[in-house]
Design a protein around this ligand. Structure first.
Ligand SMILES: Nc1ncnc2c1ncn2[C@@H]1O[C@H](COP(=O)(O)OP(=O)(O)O)[C@@H](O)[C@H]1O
Ligand SMILES: [Mg+2]
Length: 290
């Protein structure tokens, strides 16, 4: 973790008064309604809030990934590496996705991976290489970095031949291929078993540290935040109701909604599959997870 980084230097990502209003049926949903957010280089921040609070829409609004929705309004300032993402040309945005900018991983790798292509081929394509042989070594390195065995055998498998945790790691390898300065992870472990969840979180923590890669981790699970994040933003109904240092916020939440989230998450600890309490997704305090 890179605690204390928030006070020095230029921000990697700076979001000011972002509004993402959607047209749903005849109504307008203010999914994101005036959010400010700052991510420093190498910092890991969490965005927490219950389902429907606007977390995913916030990420998609920032990254201009607003497919399949009818926008009623999209406004605000989004600066990434000093560039204004709201005004940037499409080609420049694609360049940021291709190298040194940002990547995103999701809850559901099956909805993202191509079912008809070998996973190694998909990582190779993310590297911009068509031929698996030519990029093979780099593909294996990325798979290994994402916590998979560096075997040619695994790279030759299809997504459905892997476990959920392995698929999530393939998606991580693909995200790493562009050497992102910032990784967005939207509910990265929500669909996984508790023990696998913890392993994938450890991998993300290692990548964050070793690559000095900034992360925005979106989750409804405060245990994930405790494990991974320096700072946290609490969202409710499209707004940030509280933000601050993870440890301080856990120990002394000011907003009643944040207090309630913490209270609920510590009460409903999820036991591991075999030994109860062996792999808690929610530690009692963030300090335990470090
Ligand atoms: N594609 C969509 N179509 C209709 N409504 C949407 C869509 N995406 C998000 N919303 C609405 O926007 C609000 C925020 O949703 P979302 O960003 O997915 O929340 P979260 O990720 O915190 O669960 C919710 O009211 C949700 O119903
Ligand atoms: Mg979501």
């Amino acid at each position: 973790m890179s605690g204390g980084a928030a006070n020095a230097g230029a921000a990697l990502l700076e979001v000011r008064d972002l509004k993402v209003h959607l047209r749903v049926g005849g109504a307008i949903v203010r999914a994101v309604d005036g959010v400010d957010l700052t991510v420093m280089p190498g910092e890991s921040i969490g965005i927490v809030g219950e389902s429907g609070s606007g977390k995913s829409t916030l990420a998609r609004g920032i990254l201009k990934l607003m497919a399949n929705v009818e926008l009623a309004e999209l406004q605000g300032d989004v600066r990434f590496q000093g560039k204004d993402l709201t005004r940037i040309a499409d080609a420049e945005l694609r360049a940021l996705r291709r190298h040194g900018g940002f990547s995103m991983i999701f809850q559901d790798p099956l909805g993202y991976l191509n079912p008809t292509k070998r996973v190694g081929t998909q990582v190779a394509e993310a590297l911009g290489g068509k031929w698996f042989a030519a990029t093979r070594r780099r593909v294996e390195q990325l798979l290994e970095e994402a916590g998979l065995p560096a075997s040619a055998q695994l790279a030759r498998r299809f997504p459905h031949e892997l476990s959920g945790g392995q698929r999530q790691r393939v998606m991580i390898a693909i995200a790493l291929a562009s050497e992102p300065a910032l990784l967005f992870a939207d509910e990265p472990t929500t669909a996984l078993d508790a023990t696998v969840q913890l392993q994938v979180l450890k991998t993300l923590g290692r990548l964050h540290r070793d690559r000095n890669m900034a992360m925005v981790v979106i989750t409804h699970d405060l245990g994930v935040v405790a494990e991974l994040c320096d700072r946290v933003y609490v969202m409710r109904s499209g707004k940030v109701v509280e933000s601050g240092d993870t440890v301080e916020l856990f120990e002394n939440p000011r907003h009643p909604y944040a207090a309630q989230l913490i209270e609920l998450s510590t009460r409903h600890r999820r036991p591991g599959p075999s030994a109860p309490g062996a792999a808690p997704s929610v530690p009692a305090s963030p300090a335990e997870a470090r």
